[in-house]
Design a protein around this ligand. Structure first.
Ligand SMILES: [Mn+2]
Length: 334
C-alpha cells in the first residue's frame, strides 16, 4: 500500500502504510548522506521503499569538512521532489538554530559555524522555516515509533505529551519578544547575559555565535530571546525529549519502563506501539538493543566504526511484535 501519512498533531505524525527507510544522525557527513540518499532514490524507483525518515541531527560535524548546509538544502529539494514521503525529524542539534543558544559538545562549539553558513548561502529564510516545521515523533501502524533521542520520562504524562505534540516554536519566541519589549534597560540585560557566560561583550557574542551584523540587525537580541525561552518551565519537556541520555541517566530497568510508558502514550487512539527507534547516542556497530523495546540505530557518526553504520527498512502497515521482527530490515550502504 502506498505512503499514507497523517499530521495528527503538529509534532506527532502517524504513518498508516508504506515501506520506510530510516536513517539517523548524519551530522554534516556528505559522503554518508549521498550514500543514503542515492540508496533511497534507487529503492524508491524499484518499489522497495516509499519514504525516507531522517531522525534529526542532520547537521553539525565535529571536524571539517562540514557539509551541513548542503545537506539541509538537498533535503529541501528532495522534499520538493518527493513530497511528504521525505520526513526530517527534529534533533537536539537543530534546536540552537531555532532558539539561538550556544551548543557545545565535547570541546566543539556548534552554533556559530552553521549560523555563518546560513548567512553566507543566503538560505536562512528557507532553512529556519524548515526547522520550525520539523515533527518530534512519528508513530506507525506497524507499532514502530520514531524520535530523535529515545525514551523521555515526560512522555508518560498525557498532559506533557500533548504540550509536546502541539509545541509551537513561534509562540515561545513571541512570548520572549514580548518580555523583551517590556524591558526598560535592554543594555543592562545584554551586559548581564555576557557576564553570565564570562564574556566581556554581548555585541561580540551575538556577532560570533549568530553571525549578526550589528545592533540594527533584527536578530540582535536573539541570544536574549533564546535565553528566556530555554529558561521557560515548558522548555524542560523539549530538553527531556530531544536531549535524553536514556539508560545512561536512568538505570536500565527504570529506562525500560519509561520507554514502555512512552509507547503506551503514543498508542492512544492508534495502533499499539511496540518498539521505539531512535539514534542520538553511540553504538558499537550500527545498532544496539536497549532494554526490551528500544532499538538504537546509528547510520554514520554514532556508529563505531562509522562504516558499520546501518539503516532500517520496515513496512509501516505490517504489525511487529518486537525488536526481533525489525532485525532483518537492518542494512548497510558502506
Ligand atoms: Mn542528538
Amino acid at each position: 500500500m502506498a505512503w499514507t501519512l497523517t499530521r495528527t498533531y503538529p509534532r506527532l505524525w502517524s504513518l498508516e502504510a508504506g515501506m520506510v527507510m530510516v536513517v539517523t544522525d548524519l551530522h554534516g557527513d556528505w559522503d554518508a548522506y549521498q550514500r543514503y540518499r542515492d540508496t533511497f532514490v534507487t529503492l524508491q524507483a524499484h518499489g522497495e521503499a516509499d519514504g525516507l525518515i531522517l531522525t534529526g541531527d542532520l547537521i553539525h560535524r565535529s571536524s571539517p569538512p562540514d557539509h551541513s548546509l548542503e545537506m539541509v538544502m538537498d533535503v529541501l529539494s528532495l522534499q520538493a521532489q518527493y513530497g511528504d514521503t521525505v520526513i526530517y525529524l527534529c534533533g537536539n542539534h537543530e534546536l540552537p538554530h531555532i532558539y539561538h543558544f550556544v551548543l557545545i559538545s565535547g570541546h566543539r562549539e556548534f552554533t556559530s559555524l552553521f549560523e555563518a553558513a546560513m548567512n553566507q548561502s543566503g538560505q536562512r529564510s528557507a532553512i529556519v522555516p524548515l526547522f520550525y516545521r520539523l515533527p518530534f515523533l512519528i508513530r506507525t501502524r506497524a507499532g514502530v515509533s520514531l524520535t530523535h533521542a529515545g525514551g523521555a520520562r515526560v512522555m508518560a504524562n498525557e498532559r506533557y505529551a500533548h504540550t509536546l505534540y502541539h509545541w509551537d516554536h513561534q509562540h515561545y519566541l513571541d512570548w520572549a519578544s514580548a518580555q523583551l519589549a517590556r524591558e526598560v534597560d535592554l543594555d543592562a540585560l545584554r551586559h548581564a547575559y555576557a557576564r553570565a557566560y564570562q564574556m566581556d561583550s554581548y555585541d561580540e557574542m551575538v556577532r560570533s555565535y549568530l553571525a549578526v551584523s550589528g545592533p540594527d540587525d533584527p536578530r540582535y537580541d536573539d541570544l536574549l530571546r533564546g535565553d528566556l525561552v530555554t529558561d521557560h518551565p515548558d522548555f524542560n519537556l523539549v530538553w527531556d525529549l530531544l536531549f535524553t541520555r536514556c539508560e545512561q541517566t536512568h538505570e536500565l530497568a527504570l529506562y525500560d519502563g519509561m520507554v514502555e510508558l512512552m509507547l503506551h502514550q503514543l498508542s492512544a487512539g492508534f495502533a499499539p506501539q511496540q518498539v521505539l527507534v531512535a539514534g542520538h547516542m553511540n553504538t558499537p556497530g550500527g545498532h544496539r538493543v536497549v532494554g526490551s523495546r528500544h532499538l538504537r540505530l546509528s547510520s554514520a557518526k554514532n556508529a563505531q566504526p562509522r562504516e558499520a553504520g546501518q539503516y532500517l527498512l520496515f513496512d509501516a502497515a505490517h504489525p511487529v511484535r518486537g525488536i526481533d521482527d525489525l532485525r532483518r530490515g537492518l542494512r548497510s550502504v558502506f
